[in-house]
Design a protein around this ligand. Structure first.
Ligand code: PLP
Length: 486
């Protein structure tokens, strides 16, 4: 025991014997702790077994007893102070906490439409119906129903994507990170990938462009500076080893002021002249121009292809409004290189993703109905009058709570998901200051509610943003706040 030696060096005999003496007391106290079996057999233990599995309750009892032993040993609890009840209560808390960690429904009151921590895009009813239909039974996932021979799982969605994006060929993988990885592996392994220093981004969740390139076995060649990169910088970097010119959408940040980036047009022309593939990672990448819905412009996939990009990659669950997926569209010869790469087998999407994606993409065939049919677009373009009415309904539910300071406020929300990053969208929110407890405490209690209610905190107020809240969720939030303050 190092601590004994350390104390011993201060005062050899006295301290060591005092320490050993009190350890004897602890041993008695620890012996007096109940056994696992007795804890589980109490009425409260049996009740926990009914709510959770017996195995989980036994595990919780072991963990609680071990924690109690440690507290006795560390003198955080005095001998004899640990009660049966306290241990049973601790077991209950432990079991509930574990259950909360499971995937479950949440109400998004942050106002951030594409919130990665909250699962990004809610699916359209049509996509949910497709998931149910395909998941409920068998499907022609890899069977060609015309020939009876083996088919490609990518085929149907790829055809749709080609139609909507105006592309020659398309491929779907698990997410956009996988799309960039597969593209770099298939097109550039062993060679060089040229990227502007202004686009060597980290997207969050540790997705970093330099790391992906490194993983693929290609060498990263940085060109230009943080704020300005010119076509001549790319041209100077070209060598016989250059396989790919990669342009990356700086999703979650903006460089403003004295800046300059090279357009896809110019990069594509350079690629055509010298050989390397030009790939654009659009991140959120919309299939339609959002200006038609009154939103700021976000580069679209057809625009990037029209400008001459050989491949364009983007996410399925950002502005597109579908399930998590990585979409790759562009030249047939390049897509075929990706299809031949062994990594594709490891990155292929499952049938539920394909079902949801196909149904979501089909909505794009009818642009007039798209805005209402796709929840992401419906939320982003929600009328301020509707938000105000929703805010008033929630306000009416909360106004009667004793001591609660609550007001309706005009706030600014964001699309999230790295899309439209600098464009704040006017929204309506409730600003709350709870009586007796802190704003953080209330936020935690709302998160522990079922369904969880996730809010923002700003200037020591809890902000409930109504843009991402559905009409049928307003009453649930009202109830959660009431319970949180009870
Ligand atoms: C979001 C994003 C990614 C990662 O996409 P996922 O679908 O989350 O894997 C990659 N590149 C850019 C530019 C992004 O915005």
């Amino acid at each position: 025991m190092p601590e004994l030696r350390w104390q011993g060096s201060l005062s050899e005999s006295g301290l060591v014997s005092a320490r050993l003496h009190s350890e004897d007391l602890d041993v008695d106290a620890r012996r007096a702790l109940p056994q696992v079996g007795r804890l589980v057999a109490t009425p409260a233990g049996e009740e926990l077994c009914r709510q959770f599995s017996r195995r989980a309750v036994v595990e919780a009892a072991r963990a609680e007893l071990q924690a109690a032993r440690r507290r006795l040993l560390d003198r955080r609890d005095a001998a004899g102070s640990v009660s049966f009840e306290a241990i049973l209560e601790g077991m209950g808390a432990r079991l509930r906490e574990r259950e909360n960690a499971g995937l479950r429904r949440a109400i998004n009151a942050t106002g951030i439409v594409l919130h990665t921590n909250l699962g990004r895009a809610p699916l359209a009813p049509a996509a949910l119906a497709a998931v149910t239909e395909i998941g409920d039974g068998y499907s022609n996932l890899e069977l060609d129903l015309t020939t009876g021979r083996r088919g490609s799982r990518h085929r149907a969605v790829a055809d749709l994507l080609c139609e909507l994006a105006g592309a020659e060929a398309a491929l779907v993988v698990n997410n956009n990170a996988a799309a960039v990885l597969l593209t770099t592996c298939a097109l550039a392994a062993g060679g060089e990938v040229v990227v502007s220093r202004g686009e060597l981004v980290e997207i969050g969740g540790s997705f970093r462009i330099p790391d992906i390139i490194h993983q693929s076995g290609a060498r990263l060649v940085e060109v230009g500076t943080t704020n300005k990169t010119r076509l001549a910088d790319y041209a100077r970097a070209l060598t016989p080893e250059t396989r790919m010119l990669l342009k990356v959408h700086p999703s979650n940040y903006r460089i403003v002021g004295f800046t300059g980036a090279v357009s896809t047009d110019a990069l594509a022309a350079l690629g055509r002249e010298h050989g390397p593939a030009v790939v654009e990672d659009l991140g959120s990448g919309s299939l339609v121009d959002l200006r038609r819905f009154g939103l700021p412009h976000e580069p679209t996939v057809p625009e990037a292809l029209g400008a001459g990009a050989g491949l364009v990659t983007f996410s399925g669950d950002k502005l597109l409004g579908g399930p998590q997926a990585g979409l790759i569209v562009g030249r047939r010869a390049l897509i075929e290189q990706l299809e031949r790469h062994p990594l594709l087998r490891a990155l292929r999407p499952d049938k539920l993703t394909l079902a949801a994606l196909q149904a979501s993409l089909e909505l794009y065939r009818d642009p007039e109905r798209l805005q209402q049919a796709l929840p992401v677009l419906a939320m982003l373009t929600q009328d301020e009058g509707v938000l105000q009415a929703r805010a008033e309904r929630l306000h009416a539910l909360l106004a009667g709570i004793d001591g609660l300071d609550v007001e309706i406020a005009a706030e600014v929300g964001y699309a999230g998901g790295g899309s439209l990053p600098e464009a704040g969208i006017p929204t309506r929110a409730l600003r709350l200051r709870p009586p007796r407890i802190g704003v953080d405490d209330l936020a935690r209690r709302l998160q522990a509610h079922r369904p969880a209610v996730v809010a923002r905190i700003a200037h020591d107020r809890l902000i409930l943003d109504l843009r991402t809240v559905r009409d049928d969720e307003v009453a649930v939030i009202g109830q959660a706040v009431r319970e949180g303050l009870a």
